[in-house]
Unconditional design. Structure first.
Lengths: 112, 108
């Protein structure tokens, strides 16, 4: 069982609706990532945090996606206005910083 | 940016046969990790191996950093090994770049 907990497991939204997913990183891991995996098994990096501060994010993330990692609360990724192309598996991962990464089970988003 | 190529793209084996998966990357990697994923499943970490040789169970990974390549050897494959195997690297920064994946099917 993964030590990174993601909820919900599945999410179905209509186009234009908000979609929000959560992630509890592994205890003691200050670095948290969000990736998007499409049906072609391509991974797209979205954003990462270190101790609640954003380290890197891509343009897409800045425009329609918002993410935060508050202390003592789950991290979250929210899509403000879902599009069909956002349908994918959203993976959260955490790392102690200088070694390996642990991934959660993912949230599978379907935008209809 | 970094590029990670995996080969073969797909592999079909009979149960009991060995598998050799390759990962080649375009630039220096300070981190390298092998992952496994069943269709519709989560990404499971298999081995973290930025250099040298690491073993766990029936899995052996060898990474030659200077040559920018890594391999994953699966011995005595089982039907439950079927799925997609990904190699992922990063260099200095935290962001991982994933390979294209190798789809493995082990027939009984």
């Amino acid at each position: 069982n993964s030590k990174v907990i993601q909820t919900p497991r599945y999410l179905v939204k209509g186009q234009g609706q908000k979609a929000k997913m959560r992630c509890i990183p592994e205890k003691g891991h200050p670095v948290v990532f969000w990736y998007q995996q499409n049906k072609n098994n391509e991974f797209k990096f979205l954003i990462n945090f270190q101790n609640q501060e954003v380290l890197q994010q891509i343009d897409m993330t800045e425009k329609r996606f918002s993410a935060e990692c508050p202390s003592n609360s789950p991290c979250s990724l929210e899509i403000q206005s879902s599009e069909a192309g956002d349908s994918a598996l959203y993976l959260c991962a955490s790392s102690p910083g200088v070694s390996d990464y642990t991934f959660g089970s993912g949230t599978r988003l379907l935008v209809i | 940016g970094q590029q990670v190529q995996q080969s073969p793209a797909s592999l079909v084996l009979q149960e009991g046969e060995n598998a050799e998966l390759q990962c080649n990357f375009s630039s220096t990697a300070t981190r390298l990790q092998w992952f496994y994923q069943r269709p519709g499943g989560s990404l499971v970490s298999l081995l973290y191996n930025p250099s040298g040789t690491k073993h766990t169970g029936r899995l052996t990974s060898t990474t030659v950093t200077k040559e920018r390549r890594s391999s994953l050897h699966i011995s005595s494959s089982q039907t439950t090994d079927s799925g997609t195997y990904f190699c992922a690297i990063s260099n200095m920064g935290y962001k991982l770049t994933f390979g294209t994946g190798t789809s493995l099917l082990v027939d009984p």
